[in-house]
Design a protein around this ligand. Structure first.
Ligand code: SF4
Length: 626
């Protein structure tokens, strides 16, 4: 498909031959950048590719699969990274500013994607591309400059060692254009910390799976993009009508005001009341001081403004200022729930100023808040229980809630200094150096567990265990539904809930929209099929789209099988089985191993996989692996 055939003016569908099925939405171009050769080229993909993989994470996974080479390690130059907004990214639609970063993870060694909001992906689309694919490794420390059709690999030595926001600020100044959008790494990405993130607009992060280390391994500090093109839409009148209706329904939602005020910080109280909040390295699931780090504390004492991703009325970003004390003057956007819990209750901190400081440091240094909180908590527990000596932890007498030593550890991780060099390797690296810590590191496939305890209910443990990127909550966040209505459900119904989440959630990443309107405000997912039809002219139903995201899950499973994943990797963290929760409403609960074995068998069966977790031949043919 040539992009000329679909036009680039808003609302037009000019010169479309009858044989062309796609009539808008897609730009038809993928920009490949070869850092080794120092050049770039544009690939024009065909319609079948677009209709099968939809966009965003779907495009990324397919391109990663096609470029998979035996023996290539995640930080080798041959490992590509795909940066793909979705087909709806940048259109006049609620919360349509999402971009997927897709690669093989240095943290886990398997398939990986991470998602960023903000404006970066919108600018990529406005520059004329549905995706960027970065190949090779630059000879010198570089940044990539994309100015519509002009693509350059430029010297970045000036920005070496800079923190994230400083890099973005300097690049905009040097390019003399405030409208330039920048995605950058901090010091951690340069130092190949395996959970380094990519940062944009201060606090928008592709946080998990170590995409920042991939940038670092390619000698790329940042990508700066300026796009000035209009995006093609098949039926603009219909799109505007649907969008106006969607904005109004979100605006009129009774929870909207509360959401705008607290955003995801409201989850602290919710998770603590339910007894699922990570507490002192998941040794417990109820935090006695949750009311000192919750949304109410944030809004009453720290919040000074809102922020939002492109075209999002929910504006869940909270800009906070520490006004007094040793962290006075710290300004940060966030934290949201995951960061506040992992840098708060999970490390025993009950002082919101310190939570904000930890969040600020992670963003500026360029490390994922969740994995950082997990690694720090692991060594605190290890030291407190006598599994680590004072020498092991650089002579720092670690203890729960000691914010000064926790901030020091975050800096050490980013700089790979002393014990920080071990923690920078993530769960696998820590276990290699200190095998005695294996029972207390809550991870799946090398990715530490997100901020919801998997011992409560059964679906969250299964969701973590069978996630294609490791124990990350965004693959299937089922805990609320299970605790709310699942008491009388059969096991099959619970497993189907996990599979439904694992099917519907990728769709948001394929389309390039945020899933929070659906999760938090009950926005009807069928509406996304209507958006897609108005944008592209393709009348897919929601089921048609879900069929494709289900195939995507088979595809990422196939990638992981090729990279060595087996049934043995589909288990929740050891703590789920061995350590009963200590306090709170679920005190005493943990999971029975035999029950889990049975649940995994049934899960595979309902997915159509064999009892080793391998998709059927038909499924593999469908995702073009056979
Ligand atoms: Fe961004 Fe929050 Fe809006 Fe989602 S709900 S698009 S994360 S501002």
């Amino acid at each position: 498909m040539s992009s000329d055939s679909i036009g680039t003016s808003i609302g037009t569908s000019i010169n479309i031959a009858d044989s062309v099925r796609i009539k808008g939405g897609y730009l038809g171009k993928i920009l490949h950048i070869d850092l080794m050769a120092g050049n770039s080229y544009v690939e024009e993909y065909d319609e079948d590719f677009a209709l099968k993989y939809i966009g965003g994470r779907g495009f990324g996974a397919k391109i990663v699969m096609d470029n998979l080479k035996e023996g290539v390690k995640p930080l080798d130059p041959e490992n590509i990274i795909v940066i793909a907004p979705g087909v709806l990214t940048g259109l006049y639609l609620p919360s349509s500013g999402k971009t997927a970063f897709v690669s093989i993870s240095p943290l886990t060694g398997i398939y990986a994607d991470s998602n960023m909001g903000g404006m970066f992906g919108v600018e990529i689309r406005q520059a004329g591309y549905d995706a960027l694919v970065i190949h090779g490794r630059a000879k010198e420390f570089s940044y990539i400059w994309i100015d519509d059709d002009v693509v350059e690999i430029r010297d970045a030595s000036k920005y070496k060692g800079m923190k994230s926001t400083e890099t973005e600020r300097e690049l905009k100044d040097d390019l003399c254009d405030e409208a330039v959008k920048v995605a950058t790494i901090g010091i951690a990405g340069e130092n190949l910390v395996k959970f380094a993130c990519v940062n944009s607009e201060w606090s928008r992060n592709a946080g998990r799976t170590g995409m920042g280390a991939i940038f670092g391994s390619k000698n790329v500090k940042a990508i700066a993009v300026r796009g000035t093109k209009d995006l093609p839409v098949y039926d603009m009148d219909k799109l505007v009508e649907l969008s106006d209706k969607a904005y109004k329904s979100l605006h009129d939602h009774p929870m909207m005001k509360f959401w705008q005020e607290e955003g995801l910080m409201s989850v602290i109280d919710y998770a603590n009341t339910l007894g699922i909040i990570p507490t002192r390295n998941f040794s417990d699931a109820h935090f006695e001081d949750a009311d000192k780090i919750n949304g109410e504390v944030m809004t009453s004492r720290y919040k000074i403004g809102d922020s939002a991703c492109y075209s999002c009325p929910m504006a869940c970003g909270n800009i906070c200022l520490v006004k007094s004390g040793k962290y006075a003057g710290t300004v940060t956007e966030g934290p949201e729930y995951e960061s506040a819990a992992m840098l708060g209750s999970n490390v025993g901190i009950n002082n919101f100023s310190a939570v904000l400081r930890g969040n600020y440091l992670c963003d500026e240094l360029g490390i994922d808040t969740i994995t950082s909180g997990s690694m720090v908590a692991t060594v605190i527990e290890g030291y407190e229980r006598g599994l680590l000596t004072l020498d092991d932890v650089d002579g720092i007498a670690l203890s729960w809630g000691d914010d000064s030593s926790i901030m020091l550890l975050l800096e050490k991780i980013a700089n790979r200094d002393g014990i920080g060099d071990v923690l920078a390797e993530g769960p696998y690296g820590v276990i290699k150096k200190f095998p005695q810590l294996a029972p207390i590191i809550s991870h799946v496939k090398g990715m530490d567990q997100s901020a919801y305890d998997g011992r409560v209910g059964v679906t969250m443990a299964l969701a973590y265990a069978t996630s294609d990127i490791g124990a990350h909550h965004t693959r299937a966040w089922t805990i609320a539904k299970e605790l709310e209505v699942g008491a009388d459900w059969t096991l099959e119904e619970k497993i189907d809930l996990v599979i439904y989440h694992q099917t519907v959630r990728p769709l948001f990443d394929m389309l390039g929209v945020c899933r929070l309107p659906w999760i938090e405000l009950g926005f009807d997912e069928n509406t996304y099929a209507d958006f897609y039809a108005a944008a592209t002219g393709i009348e897919f139903t929601l089921d048609d789209l879900l069929e494709r995201s289900k195939t995507l899950y088979d595809l990422t499973r196939a990638i992981n099988l090729r990279l060595g994943v087996t049934r043995a990797d589909d288990y929740p963290p050891e703590r789920t089985f061995n350590d009963p929760i200590k306090t709170g409403p679920h005190a005493g609960e943990h999971m029975d191993r035999d029950f889990y074995e049975h649940m995994l068998d049934v899960y595979y069966e309902r997915r159509g996989w064999d009892n080793e977790g391998r998709p059927s031949e038909e499924q593999l043919r469908e995702c073009e692996v056979l």
